[in-house]
Ligand binder design. Structure first.
Ligand code: NAP
Length: 290
């Protein structure tokens, strides 16, 4: 049993921390900016509430974190009363936030200067994956700290893989988001076309999903997309945050991402239509707009 701190009990963090407690039987201390969520978590799972990230990390062997973006991550790590001010030598900080590779490398260096370790470990699999403990985790960092952290990460994951040095986890998550952006736009156009062509959309989707056009998005989302229902997980605001990270990285490494850049602008239109909290499959809404 290890001492584990978890910072950020949002849609993802709350159930992830729950799996570390219930599957791993670890001793948990949780911090959440809105205190009531941390209190609710402890009422459900046990453990201790900390009032600051610094207090949460104080005695921890592992500090997990799942907050919104780079700025949030900076605040809870190197900010005032952040976790890095109490991170003890040998401790491993595992960041599950989807953030930039730049901040991952920066925090890896700050942790190393304290004799501690930092792994960037963004996740894929959405709210349902977090609740069911079957996330995919893409990790960047040192092999030794990965080997120590992997059993704890596995409490909420179906697949955990070390992708390379610090930043490689975030870069792999960017690859994931590039795939999703293009794929969902293609699927949205396909359903929109099928509707305009007067086809039986259900028959068309069920048939082609047995062939080469098959995808997770098609199997799980075609029906709700055709019905104009967009309340199924990852929000457009989050996706735009991720696309900003992707496009910024591409500007630096020279990758050509014309479709990703365009789809990012389509998501901006969805936001302007009132769809900031709609899920990412809502790209079809801008095609169907009158
Ligand atoms: P969320 O429900 O909005 O939760 C965000 C958490 O971060 C909350 O606990 C929030 O505290 C905390 N937080 C935000 N800014 C903070 C700050 N400056 N200081 C301290 N705490 C702060 O978000 P989520 O859906 O769990 O997503 C978390 C991360 O996972 C994001 O990077 C997202 O891109 C990624 N992700 C999400 C999904 C998904 O389907 N939702 C899937 C894959 C990856 P409060 O409770 O006080 O607001």
């Amino acid at each position: 049993m290890s001492k584990v701190a978890f910072i950020g009990l949002g849609v993802m963090g709350y159930p992830m921390a729950g799996h570390i407690r219930s599957k791993g039987q670890h001793d948990l201390t949780v911090y959440n900016r809105t205190l009531s969520k941390a209190q609710a978590w402890v009422a459900e799972f046990g453990g201790q509430v900390a009032l600051t990230p610094e207090e949460a990390a104080k005695d921890a062997d592992f500090v997990f974190c799942c907050v919104g973006n780079d700025d949030d991550l900076r605040q809870v790590t190197t900010g005032e009363r952040g976790a890095f001010s109490s991170l003890r030598p040998g401790a491993i900080f595992v960041d599950n936030t989807t953030a930039s590779a730049t901040i991952a490398r920066e925090l890896h260096a700050v942790a190393a200067a304290r004799g501690a370790h930092f792994l960037d470990a963004p996740v894929s699999g959405g709210q349902a994956g977090a609740q069911n403990g079957v996330l995919t985790v893409m990790v960047g960092g040192d092999p030794e700290s990965f080997a120590r952290a992997e059993p704890v990460i596995s409490c909420f994951a179906r697949a955990v893989k070390l992708m390379g040095p610090s930043g490689a986890g975030q870069l792999t998550k960017m690859v994931n988001q590039i795939c999703i952006a293009g794929l969902v736009q293609g699927l949205a156009e396909a359903i929109h076309f099928a509707q305009k062509a007067g086809l039986d959309v259900a028959a068309a989707m069920e048939t082609i999903s047995k062939g080469a056009a098959q995808s997770w998005q098609m199997e799980n989302r075609w029906k709700t997309m055709a019905e104009g229902k967009f309340d199924f997980g990852f929000a457009v605001d989050w996706m735009r945050k991720d696309m900003a990270i992707v496009l910024d990285e591409a500007r630096g490494n020279g990758a050509n991402l014309p479709v990703s850049a365009l789809v990012d602008q389509f998501y901006a239109e969805v936001q302007a239509m009132g769809g900031r909290r709609w899920d990412t499959s809502s790209l079809i809404a801008r095609l169907n707009r009158k």
